[in-house]
Design a binder for this molecule. Structure first.
Ligand SMILES: [Zn+2]
Ligand SMILES: [Zn+2]
Length: 264
């Protein structure tokens, strides 16, 4: 069985700085394999505070979609926790190259702790973690190297579409993986500022075009929260006939159950 636990659903600087929503990323389980994706500020605390706790010492891998702080702030402490303070050479780290080198966010000393460190390349994979296969998307249009992640396990695909500007190529690239579950970072309600983030209308176009069985909205900015993500999700579901969920902190999605509820 597979599940995705949201340790945070906030995005954008104000929401994260004020912790209006938490920013701990996602804790994924595929059978016995445990992955932590985008450990933003508070990830370690949110993981341990959950009941039952998510135990970093049992993680098989940590993955970063990109190096921005709301996705990576806790990566060093999570690596320490995964490797039992660096004493046990175990687990894996996957991140875009610019998160690892130059002005990267993963300290060089911490990069020596995992058993395996791999720089993600666009449209690459499979990166294998036990019996989970991970593929990257094409490069997103964002201020740093940013890749979506497709997780394939036991006949199901979970796709994570992180931050970035909308362009038509996203639909073809993500659609080719035929995701059962598509998680989208929908930071902005409308495009008041011209920034490299999805707006709600962008998310609608992506959900309609990629056509997953289940769409999950997350990583909300202030305006999205003001509009009630749950209400917006219902509107999308009604408009396109695709099950759409607005994630909230500690929301847990059971992949097989959700996919089965929608049907083939
Ligand atoms: Zn972000
Ligand atoms: Zn970003």
């Amino acid at each position: 069985m597979s599940s995705i636990l949201f340790l945070g659903t906030g995005g954008a600087r104000f929401v994260v700085a004020r912790q209006i929503r938490a920013s701990g990323g996602m804790w994924m389980r595929y059978g016995e394999t445990q992955l932590h994706v985008d450990p933003g500020p508070g990830a370690l605390v949110r993981a341990l505070a959950h009941v039952p706790p998510c135990v970093p010492g049992k993680l098989d891998a940590i993955l970063l979609s990109h190096k921005h702080l709301d996705h990576s702030n806790d990566v060093n402490i999570m690596i320490e926790a995964m490797t039992h303070g660096g004493f046990h050479h175990r687990g894996a780290l996957f991140a875009p190259r610019d998160a690892l080198e130059g002005e990267g966010v993963v300290f060089p000393y911490a990069q020596r702790f995992p058993e395996r460190v791999e720089a993600l390349e666009p449209k690459a994979g499979p990166y294998r973690i036990n019996d989970v296969e991970v593929y990257t998307s094409l490069a997103h249009v964002h201020a740093c190297q940013t890749y979506g992640l497709h997780f394939k396990y036991a006949g199901h695909t979970v796709s994570y579409l992180p931050c970035g500007r909308y362009f038509d190529g996203l639909i073809e690239d993500y659609g080719a993986h035929r995701p059962d579950v598509l998680i989208l970072n929908v930071l902005r309600f409308r495009d008041a500022l011209d920034v490299d983030h999805l707006t709600l209308d962008d998310a609608k176009a992506l959900i309609e075009g990629i056509h997953p069985k289940v769409a999950v909205l997350s990583h909300f900015g202030t305006k999205m929260l003001e509009q009630s993500p749950a209400r917006l999700a219902r509107e999308i579901e009604d408009a396109y006939g695709i099950r759409t969920i607005a994630a909230y902190d500690y929301y847990r999605l059971e992949v097989e159950n959700e996919a089965a509820a929608v049907g083939a």
